[in-house]
Design a binder for this molecule. Structure first.
Ligand code: SPQ
Length: 433
């Protein structure tokens, strides 16, 4: 196991950063480009480990993909050009790759096997394998197809109307992608709106997809056409630096080109409601996705109550919001966030245990956590448990800790933000990039 010393006791952060490409959009750009006829080019791609796993899986199905840094070129014969993979499809740590790819494989008339790492093996896959079987796919796997490794023989699928019990973009996307390769219409209804990158990007690839309230429908048999995708910066990565700017004294941080899709901007609303001095400017759109620049300065914060329909719009930001709450006057309550239990780790348990080690006054609840207000943090030996978002949250917490801190398993951070420590260094040195 690797252990890395963390920078502590920082008196100021300053500079301008271009955060890496959005992970959700990068995955989708590769997958949709791989099933679209013709050439797709992607700029601003996230070369993080999760998105590289997606590229590697589609290459194993015969798609020509050339990636250099944040530029990707894909040449595909369309969805019917996908070939039975000779090798096992290894998704690494990526839940998005597993679930969205299952949706595509469900309609392909060949056999494939999906495996992932230890964390993926614990994440629930029944939420997609059950509806995909209802559509006609043959899927088996550990515990009756609830967990990886999974084996799929697809083809001959028919559209369904599916009421998802969870607000999950991965469930919605898997079923819509299966719907695209099935007979008839497929409709997915969710209890609250989850991120809608799939809907927006399928339209950018030429598909006709319709929304009515919380239901989305797609007609089977439509052919996607290769296109050009510009991936915005990832608001989920930006969140770590926004919180750093708000809690480290004497700071001013500007983040360029950040994705501002309203299904992802819960963190912006929370920062504003907690009193953060945050400015959103230069607003524009690329491929149907809103983008803006953001500036944050050190702020006086107050505790708030977070729950209900906002949760899916900030689900991945809850670890860093918990840290923000440790520096706010008064109590912050996070409710309705049971989904945290089935992420890379049980993020209720890992956030609470690691922040407690640093002196935070925080308690786990059944569906979230309560943070009892402002507390000076101390250094500690903390653990990412292989979860990128826990690792980054702890590195930001260390910036305001008064004593030495080390992080076990820092390499997990490369899943979504490979140059995270380099960007942090630049802000500490007050260098612009
Ligand atoms: O890909 P993975 O591992 O599931 O990634 C995470 C993350 O923190 O990066 C979740 F652990 O983000 C998910 C997110 O929580 C990415 C995602 C997507 O791209 O569709 C949707 C959300 O998951 P879900 O289960 O709510 O659909």
């Amino acid at each position: 196991m690797t252990t890395q010393p963390l920078v502590t006791n920082i008196t100021s952060l300053n500079g301008t950063i271009q955060v890496p490409g959005d992970k959700s959009i990068s995955h989708r750009a590769v997958m949709f480009g791989s099933i679209a006829k013709g050439k797709t080019t992607i700029t601003g791609f996230l070369p993080g480990e999760d998105c590289l796993s997606t590229i590697s899986c589609f290459k194993k199905m015969g798609v020509t993909i050339n990636q250099e840094g944040d530029y990707v070129e894909i040449q595909s014969d369309g969805i019917n050009g996908l070939k039975e993979p000779f090798e096992i499809l290894d998704v690494g740590n990526s839940g998005t790759t597993t679930r969205l790819m299952l949706g595509i494989l469900a309609t392909r008339p060949f056999h494939s096997v999906i495996i992932g790492d230890e964390s993926i093996a614990k994440r629930p896959m029944g939420r997609v394998t059950v509806p995909l079987r209802q559509m006609g796919a043959s899927i088996d796997g550990r515990n009756n197809g609830k967990y990886t490794p999974l084996s799929i023989r697809g083809g001959n699928t028919t559209g369904i109307r599916y009421e998802s019990p969870v607000a999950s973009a991965q469930v919605k996307s898997a079923i819509l992608l299966a719907g695209l390769g099935s007979k008839g219409t497929t409709t997915v209804t969710e209890p609250a709106l989850s991120r809608d990158h799939t809907e927006r990007m399928l339209a950018a690839f030429g598909a006709n997809i319709t929304r009515e309230g919380l239901s989305v429908s797609i007609e089977g048999g439509q052919e996607l056409k290769g296109t050009t995708i510009e991936v915005p910066g990832d608001i989920s990565s930006a969140a770590f630096l926004l919180v750093a700017g708000a809690i480290v004294p004497n700071s001013k941080i500007t983040l360029k080109n950040v994705g501002m899709n309203p299904t992802r901007t819960g963190i912006i609303e929370v920062l504003k409601r907690m009193g953060a001095d945050l400015v959103v400017f230069n607003e524009r759109t690329a491929n149907g996705e809103p983008i803006a620049d953001l500036t944050i300065v050190t702020s006086e914060l107050k505790g708030i109550d977070i729950g209900g329909d906002i949760i899916p719009t900030l689900i991945d930001e809850i670890p860093i919001i918990a840290l923000l709450a440790t520096q706010a006057e008064g109590k912050t309550t996070i409710r309705d966030a049971e989904e945290l239990k089935v992420k890379e780790t049980n993020r209720i348990d890992t956030v609470v245990s690691e922040l407690k080690k640093m002196g935070a006054n925080i308690e786990a609840t059944d569906d979230g956590m309560v943070v009892y207000g402002k507390e000076a943090l101390c250094g500690a030996a903390v653990e990412s448990y292989g979860d990128h978002r826990i690792g980054m949250m702890l590195a930001i917490a260390a910036l305001i800790a008064k004593s030495e801190a080390v992080l076990h398993n820092p390499e997990a951070i490369a899943v979504s933000y490979p140059n995270f420590f380099q960007h942090l260094d630049q802000l500490i040195q007050h260098n612009n990039i």
